[in-house]
Design a binder for this molecule. Sequence first.
Ligand code: PLP
Length: 375
Amino acid sequence: MTTAPDRRDRVVLLNPGPVNVHDRVRAAIASPDECHREPEAQELLVTVADKIVEVCGGGDSHTAVLLTGSGTAALEMVVSSVVPADGRFLVLDNGHYGERLLRIARVHGIDVDHLEFGWANPITPEAVDRFLGENPGVTHVGMVHHETSTGMLNPLRELGDVVARHGRSLIVDAISSLGAEELDVVADHVDWCVGTANKCLEGLPGISFVCAPRERFAALEPLPARTFYFDLFAGYRAQVLDRSPQFTPALQVLRALDTALDLTLEEGVAARGRRYADRAREIREGLEQRGIELLLPPHQRAASITNAHLAGGLTYDELHDGLKERGYVIYATQAKSAGVFRVANMGQLTAADIAGFFAAFDDVLSKHETVKEEW
Ligand SMILES: *Cc1c(COP(=O)(O)O)cnc(C)c1O
């Protein structure tokens, strides 16, 4: 008998999370059965929160509230908990996930301003500066760091500066950037940083989190909750102050995240970013060598995803299904960028995985050409 994991049915995930994880992460979910009210589970929550704070660039003044749920759950928890009834929320929108922030706020009846830049257009700090100058009633600003729908990395450092200069609070969806892109909650003036386990942190799906200064969490106490489950202050009080989670967390997924965070900190975010950039370069060069046009100019691209235009009369479904049969999963785009497919490179991927992807890609294309000729 071998203890090595069976890799024969490994599917290479080129979707933007969930990702292929390290064997140590997969092994961590096979931890002993346990109760979340016992000291070892409470210790796990503290450890995981501390490691998240470290990845976010926070110090002792920061903590993280963990939530069992996907990234959107933590976004909803922040947006619905921190914008007071008499507050106003400005959403910076240049893609699908910017729109999502807006939709979350509207569901909760929050007063919103929508600064729309358009899909695949950059967010300009000057426009935000002007808007905040003209709208003193805006209390909170929401933005997406890596707009995964187009693959654009938004200028967090510059935008954080602008928002801080105007004295407003900044909520950042760092769900697809944290762990691989440069982000420092202190230097970037991020008041509320939202992340998830199963993207660039390379954990398993099921846990998301909010990292913020402790005093920000504490200051939420007088605000009435808009929801019961997603009440951020209640989560903070239970998990951080009383050291016992409010509700039953996905403990095994948390154990996997704990290991994934160890691996993230051992590798270092900068080194992981370079590893991702290597995979992205292989993908981009491979696509361009095949005459496939990429969506964004190079300086706007995040390190973990590439959006490319479909070519050669091949539909997305034909490409996706052909690749899937060969063990590679790519990703569609949202409706607003039809004719584009996405190849992500988050997770434990090697140069050999990308080479294998292109072998499969060429095979799918050549079969398609043959069919067309016969036709
Ligand atoms: C993946 C993603 C989300 C959240 O997706 P979930 O399916 O809820 O985990 C939110 N924002 C961005 C930018 C993302 O890439």
